[in-house]
Design a protein around this ligand. Structure first.
Ligand code: SAH
Ligand code: SF4
Ligand code: F3S
Length: 499
């Protein structure tokens, strides 16, 4: 699957919330009155950014901002940005160019527009953004968006005093965690994101995340459980636990138990919430797959049999140069352990091709690992040298044509595997949580336990429910079928069996 334009696998987000998902019934702050101020957030990058965008919308809803359908209608536009690869970052500056004309047009018509740049490009580039794009009013990092109301007030004062080039910059890593200052989240559909961990201490040599998101931080277990219960009370059927390194989770214990909780313990506790049918987590690092988390895949039925566990390369030499701290054999062992406790466990991965010094033999090792493991999904990227990272100055740069040809080769291998995996479901009955409208009217789409996108002809009554779908057709990126039966409220104990 090609994923150059997008960092993480299953959500592409357009407006304030993901336009592909449907606004949940519990959500009313977004509609607002006709005279309310209008907000438009465009989100790039990973699910953590999707979560953050939603939380920024929650913060601004308190100031009376309702959702705008497009930037042109908005009084405030936030670009929530991603710095992971060059293409991702550069997109932001072209979008800022477009916003500049919109802002000028609004001003000519007697209106105004506040432009804010949030997220990882904001964190990495700081005031450089205002230098390149003086019409930007606010630059805020991923750890400071709880202070947005104050920033908006400061930006209004700056605009009154002189306007362009006087943007408010707040890219600190404040001591107080933002989660303590955010309002309770709203819900956009039956599958809800919940950030439990942020930042990264791993320092893979190619990656900007430790610099843009800062040091690893885990939210206390009690706060996570309370947010999960709140989301379920609003109608969430599935919770996706998020973190740049989510399985490094080590939250302060809930209640009086002395020891910190790992992700396995947290998942076991969340599985007790009445009405919560499915739990997932993403993205994980192989070194943090501890025994308890692996075991949870065997004994927590609500924990879905799908794991995104990026390996990056199959070559021990390249993995060492990447500072991944594991070798291909350790990765194979984890896959075996997971499949020993849950035989239908599906794995997904990320790959980087053309890392500095990657030889043809190293690349062959990656292809061998792909064939050995058998991935249900995988995303591959050409190495993109990121400023300030150790790999950006490593010797052995790979020619772009060679990178492109390795990428194409790997992707065709992955596509074939993905198709084969999906074809294995034709004729079977699969429980699907319907969480979005389909491409055509009268269609709904949802996810199988193994994270496959499933499209069916079904009316709106099925939205937010889990129904058994008889799979009729498989493609590389989706399944289609027909509804076989509706599954009642707490069906997941039977999900594996139904597949
Ligand atoms: N925390 C996750 C990955 C986060 S970034 C992990 O440790 O695996 C998402 C993916 O982007 C990575 O898995 C990697 O495949 C890719 N990526 C990150 N930096 C990159 C770079 N400089 N060039 C190309 N791909 C990169
Ligand atoms: Fe980046 Fe590595 Fe941290 Fe993942 S584990 S976020 S790739 S530094
Ligand atoms: Fe991109 Fe930042 Fe996520 S760099 S991948 S938005 S953590």
């Amino acid at each position: 699957m090609t994923r150059e334009a997008q960092v993480l696998p299953f959500f592409e987000s357009r407006g304030v919330r993901n336009a592909g998902r449907r606004t949940g019934a519990g959500r009313n702050v977004r509609q607002g009155a006709a005279l309310a101020k209008k907000l438009f957030i465009k989100t790039y990058g990973c699910q953590m950014n999707v979560y953050d965008s939603a939380r920024m919308a929650d913060v601004l809803a308190k100031l009376g901002y309702a959702q705008a359908e497009e930037a042109a209608d908005a009084d405030m536009v936030i670009l929530n940005t991603c710095h992971i690869r060059e293409k991702a970052s550069e997109k932001v500056f072209s979008e800022l160019g477009r916003l500049r004309s919109l802002k000028e047009r609004k001003r000519r018509n007697g209106g105004s527009m506040v432009v804010a740049v949030a997220g990882c490009v904001a964190q990495a580039e700081g005031d450089e953004i205002v230098r390149r794009a003086p019409h930007v009013d606010i630059v805020l990092g991923p750890q400071t968006y709880h202070r947005l109301p104050e920033m908006i007030a400061r930006a209004a004062r700056a605009a009154a005093e002189g306007g362009a080039g006087r943007g408010v910059i707040d890219t600190e890593f404040p001591a107080e965690p933002k989660f303590d200052y955010l309002p309770a989240p709203g819900l956009d559909g039956p599958s809800a994101f919940l950030s439990v961990q942020e930042g990264c201490d791993k320092f893979c040599t190619f990656c900007v995340v430790p610099y843009t998101r800062g040091a690893e931080y885990s939210r206390p277990a009690a706060a996570v459980i309370a947010e999960a219960k709140h989301l379920v009370s609003l109608g969430a059927r599935e919770i996706v636990l998020l973190g740049q390194n989510v399985n490094a989770y080590h939250g302060a214990a809930s209640g009086s138990a002395a020891k910190e909780w790992g992700l396995g313990r947290l998942i076991r506790e969340l599985a007790e919430i009445d009405g919560l049918a499915r739990i997932r987590y993403t993205t994980s690092h192989p070194c943090d797959m501890d025994g308890d988390l692996v075991a949870a895949h065997g004994d927590v039925p609500a924990l879905m049999p799908f794991l995104h566990l990026p390996v990056q390369s199959g070559s021990a030499r390249v993995l060492a140069a990447m500072n991944r701290r594991y070798g291909p054999e350790a990765y194979r062992r984890i896959a075996d352990e997971l499949r020993a406790v849950r035989s239908d466990m599906a794995l997904a991965s990320d790959f980087i091709v053309g890392f500095p010094g990657e030889t043809r033999d190293d690349f062959e090792e990656t292809a061998r690992l792909v064939r050995d493991i058998g991935f249900a999904q995988a995303y591959s990227f050409k190495f993109s040298p990121r400023p300030g990272t150790p790999a950006s100055v490593m010797a052995g740069e790979i020619d772009d044509d060679e990178k492109a040809s390795r990428l194409a080769e790997l992707q065709s291998l992955i596509d074939a595997q993905q198709l084969e995996f999906n074809e294995g479901f034709v004729g079977r009955s699969v429980p699907v949580l319907f969480d979005r409208t389909g491409r055509k009217s009268g269609q709904l789409a949802g996810r199988s336990p193994h994270m496959q996108a499933v499209h069916v002809e079904a009316d709106d009554r099925y939205f937010g429910t889990i129904a058994a779908v008889k799979i009729e057709h498989a493609a590389v990126n989706s399944l289609t079928g027909g509804i076989a039966e509706t599954i009642p409220a707490k069906p997941e104990a039977a999900e594996g069996a139904a597949a």
